[in-house]
Design a protein around this ligand. Structure first.
Ligand SMILES: [Zn+2]
Length: 213
C-alpha cells in the first residue's frame, strides 16, 4: 500500500476597505437596504464607462509589498466571461495575464519554533458580483431576488503556491491565521468589521509519497 502526501495551495479572496466600489462611485458600506448602492456602471449597462478606484490600487500595492511581492510595472484588466445569475453583464472585470504583483511569500510560524515559508504566486485586483436572495431555502424557493449592492466591490485575490504539506499539517491551519494578521496592514478587511469578507479556496492534490508500508 502506498502512502500519499497531501499538497495544498490556497487561493484567498479578500474585500478591500475602500469607501466606494472598484469602477464607480457607489458606496461599499455593509447592511444597506437591497439595491440602494448600485448604478448603471456596476450593473454593466451598455454605454457605461468604468473608472478605476485609485485607492483600491494603492491598497492592493501595499498588501502586495506586505507579502514581499514584486510589483509589476504594468498590469491589465480583462473580462472574465461566464453566466452569472447575480451579475447581469455576465462578465467579471479581473486580471489574468498581467496581474498587479507576483512572486511573494508569507512566513508562517509553527508550533515548536519552526518557520515555514509559503510562496505567493500572484496577487490581482477584481470586482465582486451581486448576491442572490432566495425565498426560503434554495431547494424550495419559488423565486430568487438579486441584490446589486455588492456588485463591483473591490476584491484582492491572492494565489498561494502549493507549499502547504500534510507534514506538518499544522501549516495548513496557521497559514490563514497568519494571513489574516498581515492582510489588514495593506488596507484589507478587518476581522472586527461585520462586513468582513475573507474567503479561501483550497486546491488539494495527493501525490504518492516516497515511503510505502
Ligand atoms: Zn455603481
Amino acid at each position: 500500500m502506498t502512502k500519499y502526501d497531501v499538497v495544498i495551495g490556497l487561493e484567498v479572496h479578500a474585500q478591500l476597505t475602500t469607501r466606494t466600489k472598484m469602477f464607480c462611485g457607489c458606496p461599499t458600506s455593509f447592511g444597506a437596504a437591497p439595491n440602494t448602492q448600485t448604478c448603471p456602471v456596476c450593473q454593466g449597462m451598455p454605454g457605461t464607462l468604468p473608472v478605476l478606484n485609485r485607492r483600491a490600487v494603492e491598497y492592493g500595492t501595499r498588501t502586495a509589498l506586505a507579502f514581499e511581492c514584486r510589483i509589476n510595472p504594468g498590469c491589465r484588466f480583462a473580462r472574465k466571461h461566464y453566466y452569472y445569475p447575480d451579475m447581469p453583464k455576465n462578465f467579471q472585470i479581473s486580471q489574468y495575464e498581467e496581474p498587479l504583483a507576483e512572486d511573494g511569500a508569507l512566513d508562517v510560524d509553527l508550533l515548536g519554533g519552526e518557520t515555514r515559508r509559503i510562496g505567493i504566486q500572484r496577487l490581482h485586483l477584481e470586482e465582486d458580483v451581486g448576491k442572490l436572495v432566495h425565498e426560503g431555502t434554495l431547494e424550495t424557493a419559488q423565486a430568487s431576488l438579486v441584490d446589486y449592492n455588492r456588485a463591483g466591490v473591490p476584491l484582492l485575490e491572492i494565489v498561494g503556491r502549493p507549499d502547504l504539506r500534510s507534514t506538518p499539517v499544522l501549516s495548513t491551519v496557521t497559514y490563514p491565521e497568519t494571513f489574516a494578521v498581515i492582510f489588514p496592514t495593506g488596507g484589507g478587511s478587518s476581522t472586527s468589521n461585520d462586513s468582513f469578507t475573507f474567503e479561501g479556496y483550497a486546491k488539494i492534490t495527493t501525490p504518492a509519497g516516497t515511503s510505502g508500508c
